[in-house]
Design a protein around this ligand. Structure first.
Ligand SMILES: Nc1ncnc2c1ncn2[C@@H]1O[C@H](COP(=O)(O)OP(=O)(O)OP(=O)(O)O)[C@@H](O)[C@H]1O
Ligand SMILES: [Mg+2]
Length: 443
């Protein structure tokens, strides 16, 4: 389990900082990951398929706090390791898959801002990807003794054949001209266009001589173009991670929900029909987003039939091959293992430097159970945060007995913000006291 895996101080600090802030770590998640090995394996298969020219769509479905965002980040970091490009974003009321007032472009722009590669895992990688496209073309030109402009045009011909691809190719060509002439302004205009940051066609025309921009109507076409482009730049494919899909469920009108669900259907059909290559989607959402027949994906008949879960799975049998991947909440055992891992990371992998003994872990869990009930392990964000706080205090007060500090640790229960205003859904995991369960807990 937690054996001799080296942990770098920078990694430790980033991890602990995120966990203390109650947010999911973006890097090094695997140091604290528990469970989910079958689910991760399923996604690794998808990622490999993208590299071989395939496509994939997965809906990662789990209750509030079950670990959807953590899982999405984990998948993203695996994709980066395997030389894919990733883009990701949370949906919000102002960022959706379909709209007529700029919200889809706004989602696109957010995804492009977050574009990541192995060398730039924190985002902002789009210009590096374009730069790489140019430099690999230059290498080819040098190797084959061809004119660089010719190599670039030949490569861009792949794009020009696709919907919206003509202007996309023109913009990349403009970047290349900027590169060739040392025109930084032209280069940055090209990158801004690719990021979906031009809001009017007039501006785009003035800056780059193209007639179109990335807009609400071309959201999906541009993702497909981008997936081809990252291939041309030498990456394995493009993985798109969209979280907080429950925001579509919350849209007020049927029309708005349906047009967004229609986009999902398009994405889904493209995948099944093989017309999107090297392109994968992972959506994170709560169960109501999927199965609610009034507002969720199931309210859209064509999606309900495609996403219906395997009726043979269940009752202990699993099927990880379908588009829907259910994440069950963490168990007490998972949480225990998670605490051991955090302790291990905190001590930079040195068991001699552990700040609390195993007894301390049990006592901490007991403490949380008595304060907030079973939510402490099912929605563990606050528990994890409290544990990191505890370790920080022990570390800064050497010689103080952990027992003394433990009794003063405050853990708050977390409410589910998704369900505010959706009372009929509000049967959350609150309430049940975990003390009794705890007595039967075995590792
Ligand atoms: N497999 C895991 N291994 C280790 N820690 C995990 C795992 N899954 C989740 N966590 C931790 O549990 C907490 C909750 O996870 P996360 O935020 O991913 O849940 P969520 O399902 O996205 O919640 P929400 O419904 O609020 O979006 C986080 O602190 C996260 O770091
Ligand atoms: Mg989340």
């Amino acid at each position: 389990m937690t054996t001799a895996i080296p942990i770098r101080p920078r990694e430790r600090d980033a991890l602990i900082q995120s966990l203390r802030a109650g947010v999911v770590p973006r890097l090094g998640q695997w140091h604290v990951q528990v469970g989910r090995s079958a689910e991760v394996q399923a996604l690794v298969t998808d990622i490999d398929r993208l590299g071989h020219g395939g496509s994939a769509v997965r809906f990662v479905i789990g209750d509030f706090g079950a670990g959807k965002t953590f899982f999405l980040h984990l998948v993203r970091s695996i994709a980066l390791e395997r030389r894919l490009v990733t883009v990701h974003a949370d949906l919000t009321p102002d960022r959706r898959l379909h709209s007529t007032k700029g919200q889809a472009r706004s989602l696109y722009a957010e995804m492009m801002r977050n574009m990541a590669t192995r060398a730039k895992p924190d985002g902002g990688a789009l210009s590096a990807v374009v730069e790489r496209f140019v430099s690999t073309a230059l290498e080819e030109a040098q190797r084959t003794g061809t004119n660089p402009g010719q190599v670039i045009r030949a490569r861009l011909a792949h794009l020009a054949e696709m919907t919206g691809g003509y202007d996309f190719a023109e913009v990349v060509a403009a970047y290349w001209r900027g590169h060739d002439n040392g025109d930084e302004q032209l280069k940055s205009a090209a990158v801004r266009w690719l990021r979906g940051e031009f809001s009017t066609k007039t501006d785009a025309r003035a800056a780059l001589g193209v007639r179109t921009i990335v807009d609400d109507a071309t959201f999906h076409d541009h993702l497909k173009l981008m997936s081809v482009f990252v291939r041309l730049a030498g990456y394995e494919g493009l993985l798109v991670c969209l979280d907080e899909m429950v925001n579509l469920y919350k849209l007020a009108t049927i029309q708005a929900r349906n047009s967004n669900y229609e986009q999902i259907l398009r994405i889904f059909n493209d995948t099944l029909q093989g017309s999107a290559r090297h392109l994968g989607f992972v959506f994170g959402g709560t169960p109501e987003f999927l199965t609610d027949t009034r507002r969720g994906l199931y309210s859209y008949a064509a999606l309900q039939s495609r996403l219906a879960e395997n009726t043979f799975a269940g009752g202990g049998l699993v099927d990880y091959s379908g588009p829907v991947l259910r994440l069950s909440s963490l168990t007490q055992e998972d949480l225990y293992v998670l605490l051991t891992k955090i302790r291990h990371v905190y001590a930079l992998g040195n068991p001699q430097a552990y700040l609390v003994p195993d007894d301390g872990l049990y006592a901490f869990m007991q403490h949380c159970a008595s304060r907030i009930g079973e939510a402490y392990f099912r929605t563990p964000r606050m528990t994890i945060k409290a544990f990191c706080d505890l370790l920080a205090v022990i570390e800064q007060n050497p010689g103080v007995d952990w027992r003394r500090i433990l009794s003063t640790v405050d853990v708050a229960q977390e409410g589910n913000p998704d369900l505010v205003g959706f009372e009929e859904e509000a049967a959350g995991p609150a309430g049940a006291r975990g003390d009794d369960d705890f007595a039967t807990f075995r590792l």
